[in-house]
Design a protein around this ligand. Structure first.
Ligand SMILES: Cc1cc2nc3c(=O)[nH]c(=O)nc-3n(C[C@H](O)[C@H](O)[C@H](O)COP(=O)(O)OP(=O)(O)OC[C@H]3O[C@@H](n4cnc5c(N)ncnc54)[C@H](O)[C@@H]3O)c2cc1C
Length: 588
């Protein structure tokens, strides 16, 4: 089968996955005037883990609280082009719930809010750690936390919270992922805040984020559908890849040849379930041992005016199953049926082999947890008019101790065969797997293939990298958060000439190498990481759900504890996003 376009002579690019990574790559190809590419997704909608769903009760839900803190001008420009002014700018207001009180985030800077004896324990532990321990010698995340934060903060916040999020013992995790993801600590500041009773909030005018006015986070990604018209193929799950013949095969048996394959599906699935051919045993074994957690996203719709201005909150204690709750209705006035009379809470619960969770009880457990944690009262139960559950089987790619070594083998092997695994679970690099990072992983891959530019986000170490660092180098946004429009415009105006061009579909042509070979400028020496993604959805609902509600009992079955991550027995194909079930009690 000939993959070359007959008119342009362009080689065929196949993209697996219409999430932010695949869409970013497609958008950039379109931007460069390239035509011979197709994006395939097994689901019936665009957006991957960044999708949103409006249920029959009129609540819109994201797959976990999605906050857009862009690091990139190109991403900001995509957002401006596709969303215009149809977004709301929100102030970030984060809190930690502990000891029946609210501690402003970052926790480390506000320990004075804790009971006095706990504050003392945290402070003395911190001083001991910072003066006697060496975090550089830490071999894993657990040792790193001990050395940086000390016994008190670790005991009361860092360790319980991180276990709740990651669902993995911290000693199995590396410390390289940390970067900007864990707020570090300034000991003088911590002491001063306690002694002087100073507030040290992490929010304010410099911590703003954009959110689509309607349709949730997913609306932004849905809008890539139009510029990519004719290139996106939904309900098309790839179930087989012939490495030698460079062909993908779909469930219906159709075969599509490729020259370049961008895969954004989970790397472990790619290497173990789909790839056919001479895949070395150590690559299969290594990628199969990559760790991840799953997550239940539980939406609770309440028929009451919203009682708070908070954005999201962290819950380290064991009186509730969730690690984070978002007042999603505070992100836009259109997230509930009526902003004046309804509000919504989106609760995230992780699970893994180390932290099993009963999916059949998840809604009840979350509601009880909200009561235990003081988010709602017992008598508010009667005002709960909607519940929604999504089971993301691939939720967080765990940065395990051995991860980078596995990626250092797998990524170059795949690239030798024209396969580029990128994205949250394609690159398995949590530290660069937010939506902006993911979209830019797709964009940067295309820039690398066509323009010989480095893929800076994935933090791959290339032999020719100027400074030889094995760390992600991000292009920082010059505006606060995603920036207000004015600041973003100023930042764009003052941007160096080398920054990515503004998206202009049909605009400038790529600098193609004559034979259209991927640029050889940067041979990977030590890849940074890799990822894989996967999600299945769903669930909980009452058998007596009313007509018009989606009642996916098969999906509900999938949401239970049997569907733990790491269950390799089940084919990737059956792990569809099976449906979103909502329970609307509005009419009762
Ligand atoms: C709980 C949670 C909270 C998050 N919070 C934030 C946040 O606050 N801010 C932020 O910026 N980001 C956040 N993210 C991350 C964000 O969702 C991801 O960065 C982004 O969705 C990853 O994009 P991707 O394209 O790499 O992968 P995905 O979105 O997973 O897309 C991959 C696509 O590949 C498809 N696919 C898989 N296998 C096949 C196959 N065999 N054939 C065809 N198609 C296939 C899937 O259906 C999917 O659509 C969060 C994620 C989660 C889970």
């Amino acid at each position: 089968m000939n993959s070359k376009d007959q008119h342009s002579g362009e080689k065929k690019i196949v993209i697996i996955g219409a999430g932010p990574t695949g869409l970013g790559a497609g958008y950039r190809l379109k931007d460069l005037g390239y035509k011979n590419f197709q994006i395939y997704d097994r689901l019936s909608h665009i957006g991957g883990l960044a999708s949103s769903f409006t249920d029959s009760a009129g609540f819109t839900w994201d797959i976990g609280g999605h906050v857009m803190f862009s690091h990139y001008k190109y991403y900001d420009q995509c957002f401006e082009t596709l969303m215009g002014d149809e977004f709301q700018m929100n102030n970030r207001e984060c809190w930690v719930r502990m000891f029946n009180t609210w501690v402003p985030y970052p926790f480390q800077n506000n320990i004075r809010y804790l009971p006095k004896e706990v504050t003392l324990e945290c402070l003395t532990g911190l001083i001991e750690a910072q003066t006697r321990r060496d975090h550089k010698a830490a071999q894993n995340f657990e040792e790193f936390m001990d050395a940086v934060f000390g016994d008190g903060i670790c005991k009361h916040f860092m360790k319980p919270y991180n276990f709740k999020v990651w669902a993995h013992p911290p000693k199995l995790m590396n410390k390289e992922w940390i970067g900007e993801r864990v707020a570090m600590i300034d000991i003088n500041r911590a002491i001063k805040n306690v002694v002087m009773a100073t507030d040290d909030f992490g929010w304010g005018p410099n911590n703003q984020f954009k959110f689509p006015l309607r349709g949730g986070t997913g609306e932004f990604y849905r809008r890539f559908g139009k510029p990519l018209e004719g290139h996106v193929n939904l309900n098309r799950g790839v179930d087989f890849i012939n490495l030698k013949r460079k062909e993908v095969r779909f469930a219906d048996g159709q075969i599509v040849p490729y020259d370049i394959l961008l895969s954004t599906m989970p790397l472990d699935k790619l290497c173990n379930d789909l790839l056919n051919g001479d895949v070395p045993r150590e690559i299969k074994k290594g990628t199969a041992s990559l760790r991840h957690s799953g997550g239940y996203m539980v939406g609770i719709g309440i028929k009451q005016p919203c009682p708070s201005t908070k954005s999201w909150m962290y819950f380290p204690e064991d009186n509730c199953p969730f690690y984070r709750v978002t007042y999603l209705s505070n992100y836009s006035p259109y997230m509930t049926p009526d902003k004046d009379t309804h509000y919504s809470l989106l609760c995230e619960v992780s699970y893994s082999e180390f932290k099993p969770v009963d999916g059949n009880r998840i809604v009840d457990d979350v509601i009880q947890g909200l009561i235990n944690a003081g988010m709602i009262k017992e008598e508010d139960r009667k005002d709960i008019v909607d519940t929604w559950v999504f089971n993301a089987r691939y939720s967080y790619p765990t940065p395990s101790v051995e991860r980078d070594d596995i990626l250092a083998q797998a990524i170059p092997f795949l690239e030798q065969h024209g396969i580029y695994s990128r994205g949250r679970f394609g690159m398995w690099k949590y530290e660069v797997s937010n939506t902006d990072h993911s979209l830019m992983q797709g964009v940067e891959l295309i820039n690398r293939l066509f323009q010989g530019e480095a893929e800076t986000t994935i933090g791959m170490k290339y032999a020719s990298t100027v400074d030889g660092r094995n760390a992600a180098v991000h292009e920082r946004s010059q505006a606060a958060g995603s920036g207000d429009p004015k600041k973003t415009a100023e930042a764009a105006a003052s941007a160096p000439a080398s920054s990515p061009q503004k998206p202009a579909p049909g605009g400038k042509q790529p600098r193609r190498e004559p034979s259209w070979q991927p640029s050889k400028v940067r041979e990977p020496a030590t890849p940074g990481e890799s990822t894989t993604t996967k999600r299945a959805a769903v669930s909980r609902s009452r058998p007596e759900a009313k007509p018009g509600e989606r009642l996916d009992l098969v999906a509900a079955g999938k949401a239970d504890g049997r569907d733990q991550p790491g269950d390799k027995a089940e084919s990737h194909i059956s792990e569809e996003e099976l449906g979103i079930t909502s329970r609307s009690d509005d009419e009762e």
